[in-house]
Each structure stands twice: as C-alpha cells, then as structure tokens.
Design a protein. Structure first.
Length: 108
C-alpha cells in the first residue's frame, strides 16, 4: 500500500518568483507564512499555470510534499508541489476554509 502524501494549508504570500523551465513551462514559487500555534514559512511550487499572485495575498493550497533539488549553495528542503492554489477572496476558497475550521481531527 502506498503512503498518503497530501497537504492542505492556508497562508499569506511573503514573496513571489515566476519563471520558465528548461522545457518552456511556466512555473511559480510562492513563499508562504502560515500562522498557527507557532508560525512557519514554506515554499510552494506550481508548474504549468500562469497565475497572478501578489505579496500579501492570502491563499488556500492543496498539493503534496516533495524534497527540493538543492544545490551547493542551498541545502535540500521540503516544499509543496501545488496542484491547486486559490486566492482567499474567492467564494470556493471561503467554503473550504470554513469546512477546515469545523473539522474534527478524527475527520482529517
């Protein structure tokens, strides 16, 4: 049986990088601040979609954890490969956020 690798979170964008991969595919890297009992920062990577997100936007993210490639200059870290990113003000997001707030840990 395969393990489950799913991540769902909300956070505030603190930085945005956009680029084009070697395969001519657009990509987006967001750095999010996620508040909770102890705030933390996480990188979110999304390929194939030209999206316009701005610093300060609050977003809902669904994806999976993966290890970054790293380099001599930067060590490997965990990042989120996003399958879905939605700005908080969208009606769809608001419904998901409310559902997440009302979930019991047993449901997760």
């Amino acid at each position: 049986m395969e393990d489950i690798n799913m991540v769902t979170l909300t956070g505030e964008i603190v930085s945005v990088w956009k680029g084009i991969s070697k395969n001519s595919m657009p990509y987006l890297i967001l750095r999010l601040k996620v508040d909770g009992s102890k705030p933390f920062f996480v990188s979110v990577l999304q390929f194939g979609e030209e999206s316009s997100f701005n610093k300060g936007d609050r977003v809902y993210v669904e994806g999976r954890l993966q290890e970054s490639k790293g380099s001599e200059k930067y060590p490997k870290t965990l990042e989120i490969l996003a399958e879905f990113i939605q700005i908080e003000g969208d009606l769809y997001f608001q419904g998901k956020e409310e559902r997440l707030k009302n979930m019991d840990m047993e449901e997760i």
